[in-house]
Design a protein around this ligand. Structure first.
Ligand code: KG4
Ligand code: ZN
Length: 351
């Protein structure tokens, strides 16, 4: 068996995966630290790092058990090297390098953002670039062109808050606590956006901005004051969600074929569209995206458990190892012995 062992510890999910030929998930175990951070209303980096370290040994055992595999079956170890929380990344990379040395296997440092895109290739193993990606997570709202494996060009991004960050802050304002995005998604299902409309942020070009929308929500909540009802909250959640989703899809729409000028910016005809990252788990975004892309390109949205952080996508992004051919993971090192360490970069961008 040619298995890739994936390790993801960039933020508040500890995950270990075993993936066959970079595309078939045999195990993808994920431990969410939500309960650990809830009382603080957000991720506490020190606690997160320590918890990753404590959980990893057990999660490794679980992954091998679920896959029915042993370390002998592993040909490559892939670990997130950034972006993310420095202490958390160091835990994953330290463990990966330790295993690489012990098992004499190469270790590959993977860009977490690339990983989100490669989650789509776990969903459809035959999917190949060129493609257009909309990566919407807690820290990013990026429109990227991927002309070939290992190459990404950012063509649009947010000026201020990322979509996930906006959902999390709005959820806090609505009294939903942490983690905000999924809670807001659930509340919005019982709301009517037309009863409490919020502005749809709209900038020229392919830029996003969500901070004005956040302020609009704050003012609405202030106007309602103590008299706010549960239905008002649900209506506002639905209105907020609708504004974010419409804004995200408006720019994607401009990139798709038959839209003239802006479509050309994506370098010709786009046939494959990938929407991924934690926010791609959102119910309304999934439904609306299918409508917008339908008949114009092929849309791949990973299932919700592959949209949020997981190690299978990290394993997928590292495949195949450089010795096999194209390199999606330029810093892969020969394991065991004197290989140079993986360079951890908490603020890593797309390149
Ligand atoms: O990709 P991800 O798991 O971690 C990062 O790389 O940031 O994304 C996490 C973000 C959080 O902001 C979370 O609130 C948001 O994704 N999110 C959602 C949903 N599920 C997760 N936002 C809206 N609706 C959801 N169902
Ligand atoms: Zn992520």
């Amino acid at each position: 068996m040619a298995l890739t062992l994936g390790i993801e510890t960039s933020c508040d999910e500890t995950s270990v995966a075993l993936v066959e030929n970079g595309r078939h998930v045999l195990a993808n175990v994920i431990h969410s630290q939500v309960d650990l951070h809830r009382e603080f209303g957000g991720v506490v980096p020190e606690l997160a790092a320590r918890d990753h370290l404590e959980r990893l040994p057990h999660l490794l055992d679980l992954a091998f058990e679920q896959a029915g595999a042993s370390p002998d079956d592993v040909g490559l170890i892939a670990v997130t090297r950034g972006p993310g929380l420095a202490g958390c990344l160091l835990v994953g990379v330290g463990v990966a390098e330790g295993l690489g040395a012990a098992w004499s296997r190469p270790v590959s440092g993977v860009n977490h953002l690339w990983g989100h895109i490669y989650a789509a290739m776990l969903t459809r193993p035959e999917l190949e670039p060129p493609l257009l990606g909309l990566v919407v997570s807690g820290a990013h709202s990026d429109l990227v062109r991927m002309p070939e494996h290992g190459r990404f060009e950012v063509i649009g991004r947010t000026r201020d808050d990322a979509a996930g960050e906006a959902f999390d802050k709005a959820a806090r304002m609505l009294g939903l606590g942490y983690p905000g995005g999924p809670a807001l998604d659930r509340l919005a299902r019982s709301g009517n956006p037309d009863r409490r409309r919020l502005p749809r942020p709209s900038l020229a070009g392919l830029e996003y901005s969500f901070s004005g929308l956040k302020t609009a929500l704050l003012y609405r909540l202030r106007d309602l004051g103590e008299d706010i009802t549960d239905q008002d909250r649900a209506d506002l959640a639905a209105a907020f969600e609708q504004s974010v989703v419409e804004s995200l899809l408006e720019k994607l729409d401009q990139c798709l074929p038959t839209r003239g000028e802006v479509a050309r910016r994506t370098g010709g005809r786009i046939q494959e569209v990938v929407i991924c990252g934690g926010v791609a788990a959102n119910t309304l975004l999934r439904r609306r995206a299918a409508e917008v892309v339908s008949g114009r390109a092929r849309l791949t949205m990973p299932p919700p458990e592959l949209c949020t952080d997981n190690a299978a996508m990290i394993a997928a992004a590292a495949w195949p190892p450089p010795s096999v051919g194209r390199s999606a993971a330029p810093e892969a090192q020969p394991g065991g012995g004197n290989h140079s360490p993986i360079h951890v970069d908490p603020s890593l961008g797309w390149s």
